[in-house]
Design a protein around this ligand. Structure first.
Ligand code: ATP
Length: 137
């Protein structure tokens, strides 16, 4: 079965939304495989966000991801990668559809980075890569 890496970003953890977010993923029918709370490091984030290194939002993104603990999870299920991204909603929480995690719980805080509560892998290749980084690093 397919697996995906889900991160609850520091804004989600700080706002005590971890349980609510995990509950939505479980309620859709995906199974929790691994779960842990992590203080990310710059090195770990550089691997995770390697495609964004050098972009204007990279440094603010890393600072944000270092601002507090994150929760990392592996979820499993048929087409879970696409299914979780659908649950999460589009990147900008202001315009993410109601009913999605970002649409229901997120808003734009006016900072230089999208504080959009969650991350989900975008392909089987990135899921394999990200699961190694967060769980076998
Ligand atoms: P999605 O693909 O659904 O947008 P993602 O988390 O995979 O979610 P990426 O494009 O990989 O999005 O970007 C990673 C993160 O970097 C985003 O979730 C967001 O926090 C931040 N980000 C992306 N693009 C921008 C941008 N133009 N300005 C500010 N922050 C951004």
């Amino acid at each position: 079965t397919e697996r995906t890496l889900v991160l609850i970003k520091p804004d989600g953890v700080a706002r005590n939304l971890t349980g609510a977010i995990l509950a939505r993923i479980e309620a859709k029918g995906y199974s929790l495989v691994e779960l842990k709370k992590v203080d990310a490091t710059r090195e770990l984030l550089e691997q995770h966000y390697e495609e964004h290194v050098g972009k204007p939002f990279y440094e603010p993104l890393v600072e944000f991801m270092l601002s507090g603990p994150v929760v990392a999870a592996i979820f499993e299920g048929h087409r879970v990668i696409e299914g979780f991204r659908s649950l999460a909603g589009t990147t900008d929480p202001t315009t993410a559809a109601p009913g999605t995690i970002r649409g229901d719980f997120g808003r734009d805080w006016g900072l230089k980075v999208q504080q959009n509560l969650v991350h989900g892998s975008d392909s089987t290749e990135s899921a394999d890569r990200e699961i190694k980084i967060w769980f076998q690093g």
